[in-house]
Write a protein that binds this ligand. Structure first.
Ligand code: ARG
Length: 297
């Protein structure tokens, strides 16, 4: 509290060592930590195949709009003080814009992605090459079965949450645990619209998440309740706005502009929602988080 001569203190001069009451800080004061993200310009973005229920090749994509929306996401990260690096897009790889799937990076160690769909398989080596050439990472690993990077692996302080059911195999969860030496908790996805874990869970803080219970099996819901009894949960309509596909720096949470109820829940918990417009990418089953790979080094 500033030492000004306000009405209440004007007649009572402050003593030299007087204890000044601290400004009241909400219990939920959140601290942002600067991040380093990798993004891929959507130069070749289109929907020409369907590997999730959101994709319909007969629905046209507005590439100019997609480009502006992607630039808006990039600019939002920069405005928050984050570093953004870029991987060169490759022709014929329309989903390469979804950088989250390119790898999983924890503690400077890179677990290379291995995609389920033949159409996306070449993305794995493209991302691995960029990450190797970046000369930032100590160790590289692979899995013997399907793993779609940060799409299905979400890093918290002491555990990694991992999704399976549509893309990443349960066996890959075990391989990830062995590689990182960090506990990996397997969660069973059951709704094809929420085919990647990052469409059903949002990481907000070191040990704080939001999730859509309808995306998970009964047992996995019980696990989530046990681990995160205080978590924000969203209903189906809010999940369908891709609200869970959000990117938090510990305080600022970049969310789809349509996720208004989630935004209100975040504000209640002391987070600052940062809405972005990414409607063109929803046509491919993607939101802000899908377009973002965090480089943890
Ligand atoms: N069309 C892409 C696919 O189905 C979207 C990937 C979204 N990425 C994500 N991290 N959820 O593979």
């Amino acid at each position: 509290m500033p030492h000004t001569s306000g009405a209440q203190t004007a007649s009572v001069p402050a003593r030299a060592n007087q204890v000044v009451p601290a400004t009241v800080t909400p219990l939920t004061a959140r601290v942002a930590r600067p991040r380093h993200y990798l993004m891929c310009r959507p130069s070749f973005f289109e929907v020409t195949y369907a590997i999730n229920p959101w994709m319909d090749p007969s629905v046209p994509v507005d590439l100019d709009l997609a480009m502006r929306q992607w630039e808006g996401l990039r600019d939002a990260y920069r405005a928050l003080g984050h570093t953004v690096s870029f991987i060169e897009p490759v022709t014929g790889l329309p989903d390469m814009v979804f950088a989250a799937n390119g790898a999983l990076i924890v503690d400077g160690k890179v677990l290379a992605a291995s995609f389920l769909a033949a159409e996306r398989q070449p993305e794995g080596p493209a991302y691995t090459r960029w990450l190797a050439e970046a000369d930032m990472f100590s160790e590289f690993g692979t899995t013997s079965t399907v793993n779609e990077g940060e799409g299905d692996f979400l890093d918290l302080d002491t555990v990694i949450l991992a999704g399976t059911g549509f893309r990443t195999s349960r066996a890959a969860h075990g391989e990830a645990q062995e590689f990182f030496g960090k506990p990996v908790v397997s969660l069973q996805l059951i709704d094809p619209r929420f085919y990647h874990l990052d469409t059903a869970v949002a990481i907000l803080g070191e040990h704080d998440i939001a999730y859509y219970p309808g995306a998970f099996s009964a047992g996995s819901n019980a696990v989530l309740r046990r681990m995160f009894p205080e978590a924000i949960t969203v209903d189906e309509a809010e999940a369908a706005t891709f609200s869970m596909n959000s990117v938090s720096d510990g305080r600022n949470v970049v969310i789809p502009v349509e996720s208004v109820r989630f935004a209100a829940a975040l504000r209640d918990r002391g987070y600052d929602p940062i809405p972005v417009e990414l409607s063109e990418f929803r046509k491919s089953g993607g939101g802000p988080k899908c377009c973002t790979l965090e480089l943890r080094w």
